[in-house]
Every structure is written in C-alpha cells, then in structure tokens.
Design a binder for this molecule. Structure first.
Ligand code: BGC
Length: 517
C-alpha cells in the first residue's frame, strides 16, 4: 500500500507537481526563527552609515574626518573620504568572507542548526566589544567578530530555509532571510535616528542594540530542528525521516526521503568538497552563484544602504534630515521585500529580476542626471524640489532591488546546488558576496569623491549587463524540488546542458528506487 502511494507521489514529483507536504506551523516557526540570522546582517549593514555620520563618534575615533566635515573647503563629494572610516564599515565583510570557509565545514559536518548557533555566539561577543569600545582597536575587533557571525549565519540560514521549506513555497520562505535583513537595516536606521540626539554616547547605544538580533538568533538556533537533508547527509537517516514527517505534516514522506537519501549517497562520496565543486558538471551553478553575488553588489545597493545618511548629507540635507531619508529608504526596502515573498513562487525568479532591471536602470540614470546638473563641488544646495526628487528616485531604485536582486541572489544559489556541493557552494556564494560588499564599502566614498554623480551611471551600466545575463543564462527554478534541479533545470537549459554530459548522477525512478545513470 505504502509502495503504491510512493509510486504515484514520486511519479507526479518528476512530472511537475510535488511531494505531499502540508504547510505546517513547525515549518513556518522554524523558518521565522532561523531567518533572524538575517536581522543581524541587516543591522550591521544599516548601523554603520548613521554612526559614522555622528560627530560624537567621529570625535572619539576619527577626529580628522570630523575636522574635514566641518571645514567648508573640502569638496562636497570628498568630505568623508577616509580609509580608516571605510575600514570600520568594511572590516566586518573581510572577516565574514574568511569565516565562511570554516562555516562551510561546520554546515556539512555539524549541521545547519549548530552553525547558526555558532553565528549567534560570535554576534554576542562582537556586540560586547563594540558597545564597550574604548579605542579604535576594540571597535575593529568587535566588527571582525560580528563579521565572523555574518559568515556563519549567511552560510547556514539560506540553506536551512531552502531545505526545510515545501517546494511550492520555498522561494517565499527563503526570502524571510532577506526580509529580516531589511528589518535589520530599518531598525538600525530608526535607532540611529534616535541615538543621534543622545550626546555623547548615542553611538554606543546604536552599536549595543545589535544585542537584540544577536540574542534572537541564538535563541532561535537553540529551538529549531535541523533540516532532514542535513541529518541524512550526516548519516542520521531515522532522525531525518522523523523530522521530515513532522515538518511535512504527513507520514507519506517516502518519495522525498528517498530522493534525499539518494542525494546524500552522492554527497558522502565526496572527499574533497572544494575540488568537487570545480568539476565540470558543477560549473553552471557555480558560475551563476558567483555572478549573482557580484551583480548584486554592483547594482549599487550598498552605496545607498551603508552611506545613505552620508550621501544625503553630501547632497545638502541637514544631519537630521539625512537620517530621516535613510529611514524612508529602509522602510521602502522592507515593504518591497514583501512583494517578493508574495510573488516569487507565483511569477518566478526571472520575471522579478528582469522587471527590476528596467526600473533600477531608469532610476539610477535619473539620479545621475539630477546630481550632475544640480550638485557642484562647492554648492551643496540641491534645492527642496530636487532633493525630494532624488529621494523618490532612490526609493524607486531601492524597491526594485528589494523584490529582485536583494532576495534572489541569496535564494537561487541556495536552491540550485545539489546536496553534494550545497555547503561548499553556499560558502563560495557568501564569500563572493561579502568580498564585493567589502569592495563597495571600501571604495564607495573614494569613488563618490572621484566619479561624483557619475557613480550612479557606473552602477546603471552594471544593471544592463546583469539583466542581459538573466535573460540568456538564468534558468527558472520556481516549483522545482530542490534535489531535482539537475534533471529538470540544468539538463534542459539551452546553454548549461552541455556541462551535464557524462553526468552520472542518481535518478529516483517512479517506484522510488535509486538508479545511477
Ligand atoms: C545584500 C546586502 C544589502 C541588502 C539590502 C542584501 O541582499 O546582500 O548587501 O545591504 O540586501 O537590503
């Protein structure tokens, strides 16, 4: 009887529908808890811009920048161009990208859940160093520890979400990670808005309140169950099956269980994960994961997220007004991410990315034109009307990023790698993301100083390139079960199928049996 059931479920799985799975409370709660890893990432992204534009903070750690800021002589675009200040923002990303290689090991060997717990502990210690910082060294050490947390969290959370989610809402659940990133950024902006008025220790409060997301992730990691894929990959087959039954809300999990077991057999053969990742058959996922991260960062989002207050200040907004504008962009970022949660499994990944490409391009060009005409080196008065126009354009840009490249650059790599390369693939994803986040964080203020308004034209050119890439090379992955990507996506794609020759992967036949072909 059970066999009969699995035949039909399995057959339907490979013909386009999916395994039996209810949307159970435990899945939703686990995802919400795990996704708080994104909260911390977002808070770190959002907090530094506001803090680095606070005079009290600059006086304590970067007195030369403070002097420059208040001297009228300096070109508007160059006031904040200081390597030390940029290092404060970007040290976190350097640490994160290094940590991710260790995280790759822990996600494979210890599981997704424990890796999240490690991240939480790093975050907590990092927050203590930051909040109590007496000198630049403590400040940077704190940022480095937070970076390690980001490396571990961004490695484990997207995988956890993609693996635990039922196929038909996988995109939406995975985007809870990005939703938390945007909540973190907004929360940070709001905090900065308030603490900027508390002298002289407001910045300390800003850095310390990161303890809230850090605590939430740690607690969350203590309560969630690990994913069936990870349990099975580590040889705990019975535990994996029990979890699968629990999260799917049914006893009929045999077809999905078999598919994961088959994938994990292949995974267990792998002795050198990084070398395996470089094999020809893994090329499509690898190329796409790497390019998505580079593109995500060259879309220019963090120029706005890190430096919105600084940027708006540069444009002639008063300090308070600029933090206020950063709060608006933060809110738009969050709301637009909800659009993505809703639509990603309906209209699909490609549609969102392509539509957003057009919107991002047009808004960036408009910003470049207004700034080019209106902001000169010495006169920083954009004028009320134009200033509002820039904020509106920034919001249009941010919203399109938020329903496309923001979440999808995390979602797509986490769902396209087969189990055997998923951990290591994700670590490359995180590493490249943080590397390019670092590049932008470190270079943006200097680029702003040298390129001026043309920096937005620079980003818009990238948007064209990445949209063309999506158009021709990115396959649609909506509604495809996670362990069936090779068969149903890569082997069918006009370009990538050539890398699948000689692929001797497992296939689960319609009787739920594993065949190697
Ligand atoms: C990116 C971050 C960015 C954030 C903005 C994330 O997906 O990885 O670099 O700051 O989106 O919401």
């Amino acid at each position: 009887m059970a066999g009969g059931f699995s035949v039909s479920a399995s057959a339907s799985a490979s013909s386009g529908t999916e395994f039996e799975a209810k949307i159970t409370p435990i899945v939703i709660i686990s995802c919400i808890m795990a996704a708080t890893g994104g909260l911390m990432f977002g808070y770190d992204v959002g907090i530094s811009g506001g803090v680095t534009s606070m005079d009290d903070f600059l006086r304590e750690f970067f007195p030369t920048v403070l002097k420059k800021k208040h001297e009228d002589k300096e070109s508007n675009y160059c006031k904040y161009d200081n390597q030390g200040l940029q290092l404060f923002t970007s040290s976190l990303y350097l640490a994160g990208l290094t940590a991710t290689f260790f995280a790759s090991y822990t996600t494979r060997r210890l599981g997704r859940r424990l890796t999240m717990l490690i991240a939480g502990v790093f975050f907590i210690v990092g927050v203590i160093f930051n909040g109590a910082a007496q000198n630049l060294t403590m400040l940077i050490i704190g940022r480095i520890l937070l970076g390690c947390g980001v490396g571990f969290a961004n490695q484990a959370v997207p995988l956890f979400l993609s693996e635990i989610a039922p196929t038909r809402i996988r995109g939406g659940l995975n985007i809870l990670f990005q939703l938390n990133v945007t909540i973190g950024i907004l929360f940070a902006n709001l905090v900065n808005y308030g603490t900027a008025k508390i002298h002289p220790w407001g910045w300390r409060l800003s850095l310390s309140l990161a303890g809230i997301p850090a605590g939430l992730l740690t607690l969350g990691a203590l309560f969630v169950v690990d994913t069936p894929n990870s349990l099975i990959e580590r040889g705990r087959l019975e535990d994996g099956k029990a979890v699968l039954k629990k999260i799917r809300g049914t006893d009929n999990v045999e077809p999905e269980f078999n598919e994961i077991v088959a994938a994990s057999r292949v995974a267990q053969e792998v002795k050198h994960p990084f070398r395996n990742l470089l094999q020809r058959r893994n090329r499509p996922q690898l190329v796409i994961a790497v390019l998505l991260q580079i593109f995500q960062q060259f879309a220019g989002i963090n120029a706005i997220m890190f430096y919105a207050p600084v940027l708006f200040n540069t444009l002639g907004f008063q300090s308070d007004a600029s933090l206020y504008s950063a709060v608006i962009t933060g809110a738009v970022n969050l709301l637009a991410t909800l659009v993505s949660v809703y639509s990603v499994d309906r209209v699909g990944r490609r549609m969102l990315l392509l539509e957003a490409g057009v919107q991002m391009f047009l808004s960036q060009v408009a910003i470049a034109v207004v700034l080019g005409i209106k902001v000169t080196d010495r006169s920083d008065n954009l004028g009320h009307g134009w200033a509002i126009m820039v904020v509106v354009m920034v919001c249009i840009y941010v919203s399109s990023f938020a329903w496309s490249w923001g979440p999808l650059a995390w979602l797509i790599p986490s769902e396209t790698f087969p189990l055997e390369t998923r951990s290591v693939g994700q670590s490359i994803t995180v590493c490249v993301n943080l590397l390019f986040t670092f590049v932008i964080a470190q270079a943006f203020l200097s680029m702003l100083c040298h390129l001026k308004y043309a920096i937005f034209a620079f980003f818009s050119a990238w948007v064209v390139v990445m949209s063309l890439f999506v158009l021709f090379f990115l396959p649609e992955t909506k509604n495809v079960p996670i362990e069936e990507m090779t068969e149903r996506v890569w082997k069918q794609h006009w370009f990538w199928q050539r890398f699948m020759d000689g692929d001797n992967h497992h296939i689960v036949n319609s009787a739920g049996k594993i065949n190697t072909v």
